[in-house]
Design a protein around this ligand. Structure first.
Ligand code: SF4
Length: 330
């Protein structure tokens, strides 16, 4: 049985699966281990019927992945719900080198583990090396860069601009960038050779934003998105919008409509509670029904504005692993 939007929504709502070590080892063998120690062992990608899903590995999940002839099957309550193939990641996800420049952040968004991790700040040579390793697979279709804010948004944008410039000299494939915006980030990144840009609203509920993203400004992100559409063009600007922080469906529907009217493609992202943030944020992973309802409404909002999520070439929209992506999954 192949995956469709409904089956994917069920898998995404659960978000994890128990997978045999042997199967995982087979998938990991074809994964370039360049995203840091342990990367690729934490989650895996499954593809079926033209849809892709990323599931985290959890021995206690109600889903179990087993071998099934030349494919694998995902089982729930002793019944096979879908069959398909495990898909190798390049750097983070299939077909892309999706790299984090700074794995640290001076801000403290309550749903994000990065400020607690004190992660690596990658030097340009390391990024170039990781992209080159991904290129050697023959499957590299895009480069995507994201970053925490190690010192300041301005400093981080400077780092991203330098990196895009260096990559653009070497690669003729789409480059996407996701950073916290600055007054000149869109102009600078476009001039450096970036193809697409993502500034995350995180939520369109101003009270939830103020509570969970202290020190950041939703209005500033929205203004920056509007400007980004003028610089990068329609279908080239997206924004992550988290589902599960206590926002109402009405807030999501109004929010995606407002973003689409600005020419921005919303990327509805089901929240994944992180152990490092336990007790700091109240989260509820959305049900399959809610995921489908909101994805279908977003599809309509995009189509009303003549926007196409399925034209995106970088970052999460073409990957689709974590979300129900309008015009691809529904
Ligand atoms: S949808 Fe985005 S965050 Fe999820 S696996 Fe794909 S690239 Fe990574």
């Amino acid at each position: 049985m192949e995956m469709n939007g409904e089956i994917k929504a069920l898998l995404v709502s659960i978000g994890s699966a128990n997978i045999d070590d042997e199967l995982l080892a087979e998938a990991a063998k074809t994964t370039i281990p360049s995203a840091g120690p342990g990367a690729g062992l934490e989650s895996f990608f499954f593809k079926s019927g033209g849809h892709r899903v990323r599931l985290s590995i959890n021995k206690n999940s109600p889903l179990r992945v087993v071998r099934c002839c030349t494919d694998v099957a995902i089982i729930k309550d002793k019944k096979t719900i879908v069959t398909g193939k495990l898909e190798p990641a390049l750097s983070h996800c299939p077909e892309q080198a999706y790299l984090t420049l700074s794995g640290r952040c001076v801000y403290d968004c309550k749903f994000c583990p990065v400020p607690k991790l004190d992660g690596e700040v990658k030097l340009p040579d390391k990024i170039l090396q990781l992209v080159d390793e991904a290129r050697q697979s023959g499957q590299l279709r895009a480069i995507s860069l994201t970053s925490g804010v190690e010192k300041s948004p301005e400093d981080e944008v400077k780092r991203a601009v330098q990196m895009v410039r260096a990559l653009r000299k070497r690669y003729d494939i789409p480059i996407g960038v996701s950073v916290y915006p600055t007054d000149t980030s869109s102009e600078e990144l476009k001039a450096a050779g970036a193809t697409e840009i993502k500034y995350n609203v995180e939520t369109m509920d101003p009270e939830i934003f103020a509570r969970y993203c202290p020190g950041l400004s939703l209005d500033y992100v929205l203004t920056s998105l509007e400007k980004a559409v003028n610089i990068f063009g329609r279908n080239r600007v997206s924004s992550n919008f988290i589902l599960g922080l206590g926002e109402s469906d009405e807030c999501v529907l109004d929010g995606v409509t407002r973003l689409a009217e600005m020419g921005v493609i919303p990327n509805l992202r089901p929240i994944s509670p992180h152990p490092l943030r336990a007790g700091e944020v109240k989260v509820e992973r959305p049900s399959a029904e809610r995921l489908l309802k909101l994805a279908r409404a977003t599809k309509k909002a995009l189509e009303d504005q003549g926007l196409r999520a399925d034209l995106a070439e970088t970052m999460c929209l073409p990957c689709t692993g974590c979300d129900i992506t309008p015009q691809i999954d529904v």
